[in-house]
Design a protein around this ligand. Structure first.
Ligand code: PBG
Length: 329
């Protein structure tokens, strides 16, 4: 006679206090890493058209963002330089200069706000005239082993400047082990490696390439080193190798289109997994907001919560400061 259910899952959803009490996943400012773009010069703020609301800052501005991160409870920032074009070359040698834009920003941050972690990208693309992450041969192919040697030297250069986490984003084979050995050899035993372990050749990186000034330069595409979006088993092999070589943490990139990869990596390896909600994902949310298709605060928090639910320890996101403000309120 009774068609009514005894168990009503709506019961615990009926009030705000109860929804809070039953939340299975939490999102806090401590889950966020804030990517920052560095500009050459003094007192410079350059808005990035492809990333509305995001600017490049000269070193003093980067330090101000570091203080903002600290005050908002964001534990870590990630740095990307827009290397002046006259300093770019075929071999990206500026990446090895101890006084390059990246190293100056690392030193200034560690000096002013040592309590905020600094993550630095290891790859040659912001320094090369061809826009690739490594060294290219006459046919335009990015060669693996010579590139890995250059990346080792780049990682050491960043560690000597004070980087807390080196994050190789290049997808060369074998570079994690080489970098770990070199860091240990110089006594950088507590410098972490966050490997961009499963990084896909993605159409979502466009605005980033504007931000670091490499879009017009890039010859061809990055499909001979970044992964094919068709592949998931291969992502697990990449993660296994990087962990074996000494990666402390692994990253999946881009974010939302690859939540399945995040979940599988977490389930298989049980290690700290990070997601990079990349530039095109940020731009997509901003475009949706501008078109009236959604409300920014809700879109930002819902997407970030999805990463936590999938198993992430944290997320790199250009919305970090905004999200931290929402979460801290
Ligand atoms: C380059 C690098 C890229 C991003 C982070 N590191 C771009 C690329 O591989 O072309 C993309 C980040 C973003 O789109 O927000 N090594």
């Amino acid at each position: 006679m009774s068609a009514y259910p005894a168990l009503r899952l709506r019961r615990t959803r009926a009030t705000a206090w109860s929804r809070r009490l039953h939340a299975e996943t939490v999102l806090t400012p401590a889950d966020l890493i804030w990517p920052l773009f560095i500009a050459e010069g003094d007192g410079v703020e350059e808005p990035i058209a492809a990333l509305p609301g995001v600017s490049r800052w000269s070193v003093a501005g980067i330090v101000a963002r570091g203080r903002e991160a600290r005050d908002l409870g964001i534990p870590c920032v990630a740095l990307f330089p827009n290397t002046p074009h006259h300093l770019r070359s075929d071999d990206g040698a500026e990446a090895l200069n101890p006084d390059n834009l990246m190293c100056r920003a690392i030193r200034a941050l560690k000096d002013a706000v040592p309590e905020v972690g600094v993550l630095t990208d290891v790859a040659l693309d912001p320094y090369t005239t061809h826009g690739h992450d490594g060294l290219v041969d006459a046919a335009g192919y990015v060669v693996n082993d010579r590139t890995a040697d250059a990346l080792v030297r780049q990682a050491l250069n960043q560690a000597r400047a004070g980087s807390d986490i080196v994050a190789p984003s290049d997808m060369m084979d074998g570079r994690i082990g080489l970098i770990r050995t070199a860091l240990e050899g110089e006594g950088h035993v507590n410098v972490q490696i966050m490997s961009y372990a499963a990084k896909y050749a993605s159409a979502f990186y466009g605005p980033f390439r504007d931000a670091v000034g490499s879009r017009g330069l890039l010859k061809g595409d990055k499909k001979s080193y970044q992964m094919d979006s068709a592949n998931a088993e291969e992502a697990l092999r990449e993660v296994a190798l990087d962990l074996d070589e000494g990666a402390d943490t692994v990253m999946v990139k881009p974010g939302l289109p690859y939540l399945d990869i995040i979940q599988r990596v977490k389930a298989r390896f049980g290690v700290p997994v990070f997601a990079y909600q990349v530039s095109g994902e940020y731009a997509m949310i901003e475009a949706a907001v501008a078109a009236g298709a959604g409300e920014r605060d809700a879109l930002v928090l819902e997407t970030l919560m999805a990463f936590k639910r999938a198993g992430c320890s944290g997320v790199l996101t250009y919305h970090a400061a905004h999200a931290a403000r929402l979460l801290g309120a």
